[in-house]
Design a protein around this ligand. Structure first.
Ligand code: NAD
Length: 427
């Protein structure tokens, strides 16, 4: 199984390099530039010994990749998962470089991961592993070097262990800016929990303004009702859009079916209550539909907000939505995208649609560095301004180069990295 996963991540990396090359050629960037950005600048592999509760010592493999320092310190999450690979963190750190450059942030892309199933560890073992990871990469992280954050299976608590260990090792309290995604009582920013979902809503709102349509009455189908999906649904429905179907996968789902449907609109508050009380938003009275039916529903907007590779050659042909918004990272495969392109269904790419999270993480970094903290309104207003600018630039670039939104986003990001490398005399 591990071999299969590695092949997939390797293939993803090769596909990403192919896309970078295509876009570089299209925008007229030099071969020298492509040769710089095709691989991360630095990737560290470490092995972390942890004394387990039963007295034995286990060693866990971990990686941290910093893709580009052209625009600033690298920034990106650390995931704890058995499927983490060297190639996966390479892909994800490269995409992070593009995401932060697209927002015009003075940052580069980073990503890290530990090969572990955190559910199999006790709390003490998890803390020891987290502290061991920071000790192993201590020389390569810092507010002006590389700034890790939460990702799959990591959270504010793990960031707390990271920060505490880093401060103990380096003796400077101000270095809480070495990590973002911390709890608000230890330097985390207000507005972070809803930031990604709010950004997904903003990209849709701006797209609708561009095509001269109102969101009022627009129908959407959503996959995933976690942090991103539930906040996206909240903001969209508050602006008049109608959630007609939800697909999710939770252990506590009562029915074997994976999606619910209501053409009159599902009530987001009821879904939130069901999730809170039963562990799954799907546990409400509504018509059950299959996964296949979910993806084939006629609707205005389809929002995959759960996981990667869910729209591929097996279901892209059935999709009847007029717009796909990649709230999750990498939900549309290359083969799926080809089919959607042929069907002229626009895709708002992940590096734009879900960039609200890293944007507010950057605000956390600024607040930690300056010691001046913002209220919810200030965060929300600034996010709206910064993301609206990036969204407008993507739309304009797509028109200028006659390309789709993903290619336009890549061109914009790469052009910012290229300009910096030129000014530094690297190319
Ligand atoms: P989450 O764990 O809070 O929620 C995930 C949701 O997806 C849950 O509702 C779960 O039921 C559902 N799900 C999981 N597997 C599924 C499957 N096979 N089929 C259908 N539904 C399934 O995660 P999240 O933080 O909301 O992140 C969702 C996606 O957005 C991920 O791809 C993540 O990398 C990406 N993302 C998240 C953030 C953030 O700020 N949280 C930022 C950028 C990107």
């Amino acid at each position: 199984m591990q071999e299969g996963i590695m092949t997939t991540a390797y293939e993803q990396f090769i596909n990403l390099q192919k896309k970078l090359k295509e876009v570089s050629d299209l925008a007229g960037f030099s071969e020298s530039f492509y040769n710089i950005i095709r691989e991360p600048e630095r990737i560290i592999e470490v092995n972390i010994p942890v004394k387990m509760d039963d007295g034995t010592t286990k060693t866990f493999r971990a990686f941290r990749s910093a893709h580009s320092s052209a625009l600033g310190p690298s920034k990106g999450g650390v995931r704890y998962d058995e499927s983490v690979t060297y190639e996966e963190v390479k892909v994800l750190s490269t995409l992070m470089s593009l995401k932060v450059a697209l927002l015009g942030l003075p940052l580069g892309g980073g990503k890290g991961g530990i090969v572990v199933d955190p559910k199999k560890l006790s709390e003490r073992e998890l803390e020891a592993l987290s502290r061991g990871f920071v000790r192993a990469i201590n020389n390569y992280i810092g507010p002006r070097i590389d700034v890790p954050a939460p990702d799959v299976n990591t959270n504010a608590k793990i960031m707390g262990y990271f920060t505490d260990e880093y401060i103990a090792l380096n003796g400077n309290r101000h270095d809480i800016a070495t990590f973002t995604g911390k709890g608000t009582d230890m330097g985390g920013s207000l507005g972070r929990s809803e930031a990604t979902g709010f950004g997904v809503y903003l990209t849709i709102k701006k797209y609708y303004e561009k095509i001269g349509k109102s969101l009022d009455g627009a129908t959407f189908a959503l996959q995933g009702f976690g942090n991103v999906g539930s906040f996206a649904a909240k903001f969209l429905t508050e602006d008049g859009a109608k959630l007609i179907a939800l697909n999710s996968k939770d252990k506590s789902q009562k029915s074997g079916s994976s999606a619910i449907y209501d053409p009159e609109g599902l009530d987001v508050k009821k879904l939130e209550k069901a999730r809170e009380e039963t562990g799954s938003a799907l546990n409400i009275e509504a018509k059950k539909i299959t996964n296949e039916e979910f993806f084939a529903l006629p609707c205005d907007i389809l929002i995959p907000a759960a996981m990667e590779n869910v729209i591929d050659e097996t279901n892209a042909g059935d999709i009847k939505a007029s717009l796909i918004v990649e709230a999750a990272n990498g939900p549309v495969t290359e083969a799926g995208e080809e089919i959607l392109n042929e069907k002229n269904i626009p895709i708002i790419p992940d590096i734009l649609a879900n960039s609200g999270g890293v944007l507010v993480s950057h605000y956390e970094w600024i607040q930690n560095m300056t010691g001046s903290y913002w209220d919810d309104d200030e965060v929300r207003t600034k996010q709206e301004k910064d993301m609206s600018k990036a969204i407008g630039e993507v739309f304009a670039t797509a028109e200028k180069y006659k390309v789709n939104f993903r290619e336009a986003s890549f061109i914009l990001s790469l052009s910012r990295i290229e300009k910096s490398l030129k000014l530094r005399g690297r190319i």
